[in-house]
Write a protein of this length. Structure first.
Length: 257
């Protein structure tokens, strides 16, 4: 089983390195469906996994100058308190009970479905927004909507561990269409670090992190992310995103039924 978890970490790391998305939306469903890990434990362990793996990405983007720290702060103003409140709510209602586990399972299915939509239609949404520059939000309305977006993502990530990747990046594209692709990725990774760390602390408090499982996943993911990042330019991104969207659609259907 340890080798299987290492292989799982490697496969997810490889896809994340190739596409930039798919960490939570693949890892949590795989742990739940393939290995029979309880939904709450899968979410908690994946959040700890994400908080560790995203730190290195943040350092890279910081030194490359591709992180918009003003947007990171705005997202954090909404996401971090939301993560704390969501963890408190899980504790109040019983995060480890079978009933809450089923709710978490369905929330994962919804989050995966949103990730599929984000993967498939992100380009079209960006083209639509660029064709209508007069409709871009600015000033206080943009700041307020960014904070509200952080609230939604903080809640979604804490409950399902999914949302900080493709969904978060797509919302950033819609709110800030003038950002470069590198800035979108860098900003999305940077705000996800404190969010997943706080959400992971909440799940540690709830007792829903399997530390041995986390260690084996990290053992496989580090070389996987490295190889995927090196090979990213050799494989068409459109093909990879289509493949990932197809896989996630199957996962969402399986989780829902």
């Amino acid at each position: 089983m340890t080798l299987s978890f290492i292989a799982c970490g490697f496969a997810v790391g490889l896809l994340v390195g190739l596409t930039g998305v798919g960490g939570g939306s693949l890892m949590t469903p795989l742990l739940t469906l393939l290995f029979g890990v309880s939904p709450s434990t899968a979410v908690g362990t994946d959040l700890a996994f994400a908080s560790i793996t995203k730190v290195s990405g943040t350092f890279v983007h910081r030194f490359s100058g591709t992180v918009n720290w003003q947007i990171v702060r705005r997202l954090s103003y909404g996401a971090l308190p939301a993560a704390v409140l969501a963890a408190l709510a899980l504790n109040h209602f019983g995060a480890l009970t079978p009933e809450i586990g089923q709710v978490v399972r369905y929330s994962i299915a919804v989050s995966v479905s949103l990730t599929v939509v984000a993967l498939l239609f992100r380009g079209r949404m960006l083209n639509w927004l660029n064709a209508r520059p007069d409709r871009h939000l600015q000033g206080r309305p943009l700041a307020a909507l960014t904070i509200f977006t952080g609230v939604l993502l903080g809640t979604l990530v804490t409950v399902s561990s999914i949302g900080a990747g493709a969904i978060g990046a797509t919302l950033l594209v819609m709110l800030y269409p003038r950002l470069s692709a590198a800035e979108i990725v860098g900003t999305d990774i940077a705000y996800a670090v404190p969010l997943t760390a706080i959400a992971a602390l909440g799940h540690w408090w709830l007792g829903s992190i399997d530390w041995q499982l986390l260690a084996t996943l990290l053992l496989g993911s580090i070389p996987g992310i490295t190889i995927g990042s090196l090979a990213a330019h050799a494989i068409p991104e459109k093909f990879l995103r289509g493949l990932l969207a197809t896989m996630l659609t199957g996962v969402a259907i399986k989780l829902a039924y």
